[in-house]
Design a protein around this ligand. Structure first.
Ligand SMILES: Cc1cc2nc3c(=O)[nH]c(=O)nc-3n(C[C@H](O)[C@H](O)[C@H](O)COP(=O)(O)OP(=O)(O)OC[C@H]3O[C@@H](n4cnc5c(N)ncnc54)[C@H](O)[C@@H]3O)c2cc1C
Length: 377
């Protein structure tokens, strides 16, 4: 892994920093956390600004070092993160780039980069979460269409999505992993019903999606029919390996804010809290190094992250929870006030050890595929 900075990379940093300083003050106020149409508009507008300035494809095409510089600088400047279209930008888009045909890449990738379309992920079902290969949403072939019937759950941002990366069962007779196909589903197709689900924090950030005889053109299939499990592994490697990297930089910023707040409200005098924040600082520095290693490894692997993504996902999701528990300690009784900084983030941090594959599942992957331990029953 070579992450030394060339003059061109330092020039990229300076140019980006100057651009951010000029454009960020022109952005409107951020919409409230539960205003999903407003958040969609805000996030797509920011993506369009990145596109016009030539930064839109940094997550896909830039070298690891340039990508890291981009994340460091945007976070340092307090720029918006990818937001409502994280599926499109961070895993559906990269999957289509890696597995789609030339026509599919030309059809779907430019609108994602230009901030015109939002994607969601239709993988989980009521009876298929950790054991994703047991999914039952059925797609039957009818000429040049698939006719899809079934239901999905926990579909983040489905309410404001234009497209869905959808897993369907195309061959019920085949062994479970061999009868699955990856489709791009237009969310406005006839027969698609979205029913929002409200979280502990009161936000409708995800939904149930019901599919009733939905006709999806065969041209929307990414990969071969019944080869969807392999394509899914590509999607999940992006989701676990590189989709969270920008958040590590944000966590390091929050850690600095916690130290400042503790100094102001007197909690800094507590040596146990200071030690806790110090240990978290070391943890996030180590995670940043691991991130660099994973991104660098992905570059060497044709852009697709490897199994190291599971190590990162496992450690990062727990560190994030510990960070916001430390925030509660700094806040004291105010940690029960949802309007205080970090309180909603603390609630949502609980979901990190479940979303994108639970910690138990990541431990199983690390045990079998990295440590070479025997398969669990
Ligand atoms: C915030 C959030 C956003 C999400 N967004 C999406 C989305 O956009 N699209 C989507 O498709 N899904 C999404 N999900 C769903 C997520 O992928 C699933 O919740 C996750 O895969 C776990 O599946 P499950 O909820 O069915 O739990 P289950 O699989 O039923 O697991 C229940 C418990 O059993 C444990 N367990 C299960 N199998 C094993 C095993 N083999 N070994 C050890 N322990 C095991 C699990 O770790 C867990 O503790 C989201 C989830 C969250 C929390």
């Amino acid at each position: 892994m070579d992450l030394s900075r060339t003059p061109e990379e330092e020039e990229f940093r300076t140019r980006l920093r100057t651009w951010l300083a000029a454009v960020l003050p022109t952005l409107p106020a951020r919409p409230s956390p539960d205003d999903w149409p407003g958040r969609r508009a805000y996030d797509l507008r920011w993506q369009r600004m990145l596109y016009d300035a030539g930064y839109a494809d940094v997550h896909w095409d830039a070298s690891p070092t340039v990508r890291m510089i981009f994340l460091e600088e945007t976070e340092r400047a307090g720029a918006p993160y990818v937001g409502a279209n994280f599926v499109g930008l961070l895993h559906a888009g990269p999957t289509i780039a890696a597995e789609g045909t030339a026509d599919q890449r030309a059809r779907w990738l430019p609108p994602i980069l230009r901030g015109e379309q939002v994607w969601c992920q239709g993988f989980s079902e009521p009876d298929a979460g950790s054991d994703l290969a047991s999914l039952r949403t059925r797609a039957r072939r009818d000429g040049d269409h698939y006719v899809v019937t079934g239901s999905k759950i926990w579909t983040s941002h489905a309410e404001v999505a234009d497209w869905c990366e959808l897993l369907v069962r195309t061959d019920p007779a085949a062994p479970r992993h061999r009868g699955i196909t990856w489709l791009a589903l237009p969310m406005d197709a006839e027969g698609v019903t979205v029913r929002p689900l409200r979280t502990l924090a009161g936000s409708a950030e995800f939904a149930e999606v019901f599919l009733d005889e939905v006709r999806v053109p065969v041209a929307n299939r990414v990969g071969e029919e019944n080869d969807g499990w392999r394509v899914t592994m590509v999607t999940l490697s992006f989701e676990r390996g590189t989709a969270f990297v920008g958040e590590v930089v944000a966590c390091r910023r929050v850690l600095g804010e916690l130290a400042s707040a503790a100094r102001e409200n007197g909690r800094w005098d507590d040596p146990v809290l200071r030690r806790r924040l110090g240990r978290l600082d070391a943890e996030f520095r180590a995670l940043w190094r691991l991130t660099q290693w994973n991104v660098s490894e992905a570059e060497a692997n044709g852009g697709v992250p490897g199994v190291g993504g599971s190590v990162f996902k496992l450690r990062y999701s727990h560190a994030r929870q510990e960070l916001y528990d430390a925030a509660a300690e700094v806040l004291g009784p105010d940690c029960l006030d949802l309007d205080r900084p970090w309180v909603l983030d603390r609630l949502s941090s609980l979901s990190y050890t479940i979303a994108a594959g639970t910690s138990q599942i990541q431990r199983g992957i690390v045990a079998e595929r990295i440590l070479g331990l025997p398969r669990g029953r």
